[in-house]
Design a protein around this ligand. Structure first.
Ligand code: NOJ
Ligand code: NOJ
Length: 721
């Protein structure tokens, strides 16, 4: 048993409402997060740059396969420093003690064996984003056996392992300088398939580098820096990237962080997600990098998160948190970010929240203030979405030099002590997240705010958490505060770690119970929580995966499910595999209509709310649709596709439902990749949608198309006048 479990035995026993003998606890907590792979809503995620975390096996530090890419002195920040799978495994207990339930590992597949030399300095793929073989583990990180060992050790401790998958590109390949690295070589299980420098098979795009990161054609079809840009619509590439991802999933990986999702077509990625999810229920989230809160591609990122089956890292909130806790922005900035994302994202509770990562300055480099970090962590660990900590945050790790990001934000993990205030704060709030539905699934309501203080409430039915954060050095009297917490006295869930006090709540009406005035000191954080008895009627908080189809497994979570009942998807009764008061697992029934469909739970106590899933018509294939000579268009007009199947928008003319906007590198021709059901005939048309939303269909008869039964395909028609 972990030190954490030992310390908290008493608390857990009370929460579970059972006569605790230590042996009973694992059973009582059979709903530990790791058993629900499809959702991360109750989890605490921890991002590890494998090379910089811990060297568990020194024999792989400078492997014969790729010698000279290791720096034992740790002074060249762009070479390997020795961290590996074994090192992560050796520190699983540390992570478990902190409350981590999911590890996001930097990409683990084989990277370039020959350094990329820039300005005379050798660069290795120590970060993992320069793949050469998607089917083999990187030799600096360990053997396949060590990879398997890490996964099974993590699982035995209730920890999920999420792989970082980077299918946008292989590695540096500068046509002007062909000696850089390996020319973008792509291997499959040790067999060379081709290179970008001499691309005889058409595996790569050859459109030059991205110059305008706000242009949706350029970001998808040009190179990210000089990285050899894979063409996912090439049949071999499509199949390799999907097959190899499923290979790792079948070895026990629990979820996927998709790299650079802004740089690949949404259509291909939806077909990728379907391919993964058909063989394993898992949680997928992508990196859609937003340069600012007004990023011109923000709406595209929202559409991607809502439709593709791949959630996103919450860059919008990341920016707002750094502005508010790391610079001088007021608390209203956070409140506005929560409101905006809550409106835009269909599955806001699936966003993955973070304060910093391997591509930006560490928080303490932005603002060297431990209190500000504690305040920011408290916020991130109690708002909607899954918090993901960047390794070392709990040890107050800074960048090596002030400012900047990559690579100075990737220092060696400094140690594994379990006594820092940040460590304890994370531990306490993770324990609360796992047992408090209000944090995993609840609504968010601002209850009291000024420039420095934010008091907000999370609520799921009667389950309520009230959080108060004061980011300034000034104490504020908090008067006139109301809460849905029932009348009574509440102790701070952080045990006063950040200065929080108890509060007393009186009786009011309509969920507005008055809190006796109190003072929130400078920098203080307090968290008060109430978890009600199991309700007699069902409420759904989560259904996942959100992209599904008949035959796929789904997991539905909430409260008040009782001991038996009926689960329906789109009105069709599903066959249930397990039924518990808080979790039902089932198979999406055949005959479930495709499209956006509600999941409901019915028990003797009533019928729940609906939770919307995107149900596909069948197994998906990515098809490139091109229309030529679509004129005239005015500035702001875009061409879309709509058609007879939900995958093509069911003839909708709404720009959030039709497929698009299509891309027009060769105006007036437009194209786009859509994910459509394999082996299926459907009708479609192109339409023009103006900036004000006015839609104009092309004339003539519907186009008809039969999608292939596997692989990729493409079709071109002329706009009908
Ligand atoms: C985003 C990753 O997070 C970054 O570190 C990497 O260099 C690029 N994608 C390219 O893979
Ligand atoms: C409008 C399209 O022009 C037409 O072809 C299609 O059949 C209908 N939408 C379906 O409602």
């Amino acid at each position: 048993m972990s030190a954490f479990a030992r310390r908290h035995l008493g608390v857990l026993a009370v929460t579970c409402g059972l006569l605790a003998t230590p042996a009973l606890l694992p059973t009582a907590h059979a709903d530990a997060p790791v058993t629900n792979r499809a959702s991360l809503k109750q989890d605490l995620c921890y991002q590890v740059v494998t090379d910089r975390f811990a060297d568990g096996n020194t024999s792989n530090d400078d492997p014969a396969k790729s010698p000279g890419m290791y720096d034992a002195t740790k002074t060249n920040w762009k070479l390997y420093w020795g961290g590996d799978f074994a090192g992560i495994q050796q520190h699983l207990q540390y992570l478990k003690d902190m409350g981590v339930t999911a590890i996001w590992m930097s990409p683990h597949v084989d990277n370039i064996d020959k350094p990329a030399v820039y300005g005379g300095t050798p660069n290795a793929g120590y970060h993992g984003y320069w793949s050469r073989d998607f089917k083999r583990p990187e030799e600096h990180f360990g053997t396949l056996a060590e990879f398997d060992s890490l996964i099974s050790a993590a699982h035995s401790m209730g920890i999920k392992v999420i792989m970082d998958w980077a299918p946008n590109h292989t590695s540096p390949a500068d046509p002007a300088n062909p000696s850089v690295a390996e020319g973008g070589a792509l291997y499959d299980d040790g067999v060379l398939k081709g290179t970008a420098i001499n691309d005889t098979n058409g595996y790569f795009h050859h459109n030059g580098g991205i110059s305008n990161y706000d242009d949706r054609y350029e970001v998808q079809y040009r190179n990210l820096a000089d990285l050899a840009d894979l063409d996912q619509q090439n049949g071999t590439v499509n199949s390799l990237l999907k097959t190899d991802a499923n290979y790792w999933m079948s070895r026990g990986v629990d979820g996927i962080r998709m790299d650079a999702v802004k740089h690949m077509s949404s259509g291909w990625q939806r077909s990728f997600a379907d391919n993964v999810l058909a063989s394993k229920d898992a949680f997928l989230y992508g990196e859609w990098y937003l340069g600012s809160k007004t990023d011109p591609l923000y709406a595209d990122n929202v559409r991607f998160a809502n439709d593709s089956g791949i959630s996103v890292l919450d860059f919008y909130l990341n920016i707002a948190m750094r502005e508010t806790f790391g610079s001088g922005a007021p608390m209203s900035n956070l409140d506005a970010a929560i409101a905006r994302t809550g409106t835009d994202y269909t599955y806001k509770e699936n966003l993955v929240t973070f304060l910093d990562n391997h591509d930006m300055s560490r928080f303490l480099t932005l603002k060297n203030d431990a209190t500000a970090l504690h305040d920011a962590l408290a916020f991130m660990l109690t708002v909607r979405g899954t918090p993901c900590l960047y390794y070392g945050t709990e040890q107050y790790l800074h960048n090596d030099t002030s400012g900047g990001g990559d690579p100075w934000n990737r220092p060696q993990m400094p140690g594994f002590g379990e006594t820092t205030t940040a460590f304890k704060e994370i531990q306490k709030l993770s324990a609360l997240r796992q047992n408090q539905p209000a944090l995993a699934w609840g609504t968010h309501q601002q209850r009291w705010i000024n420039n420095d203080v934010y008091v907000y409430e999370r609520r799921f039915n009667n389950d309520t958490v009230l959080v108060a954060i004061n980011k300034s050095g000034t104490a504020y009297p908090i008067t006139g505060l109301n809460t849905a917490l029932p009348a009574g006295t509440y102790t701070d869930q952080l045990g006063g770690l950040l200065g929080g006090q108890s509060i007393t709540v009186g009786s009011g009406t309509g969920g507005n119970n008055p809190v006796t005035a109190f003072t929130l000191g400078g920098g203080q954080v307090a968290v008060w929580s109430y978890k009600g008895p199991e309700p007699s009627s069902p409420t759904i908080g989560s259904a996942a995966p959100t992209l599904t189809r008949a035959g796929n497994a789904i997991t539905v979570e909430g409260r008040g499910f009782g001991t038996s009942g009926t689960l329906k998807v789109g009105g069709v009764t599903a066959s249930v595999s397990s039924w518990g008061a808080n979790r039902v697992t089932a198979t999406v029934p055949s005959g479930t209509p495709a499209g956006t469909q509600q999941v409901t739970v019915t028990t003797s106590g009533g019928t729940s709310n609906g939770y919307a899933l995107k149900v596909l018509s069948g197994a998906q294939v990515p098809v490139t649709f091109t229309v030529t000579n679509a004129t005239p268009t005015n500035p702001g007009d875009n061409i879309y596709i709509s058609g007879s199947i939900p995958e093509l928008g069911s003839w909708s003319t709404d720009r959030n439902t039709a497929v698009g906007p299509l891309l027009t590198p060769n105006y007036p021709n437009w194209f786009g990749v859509a994910s459509v059901p394999a082996c299926t005939t459907f009708q479609y048309k192109f339409l023009k949608i103006a900036a004000d939303g006015t839609a104009t269909w092309e004339n003539g008869a519907n186009h008809s198309y039969t999608a292939p039964c596997s692989g990729t395909s493409a079709t071109t028609v002329a706009w009908q006048y």
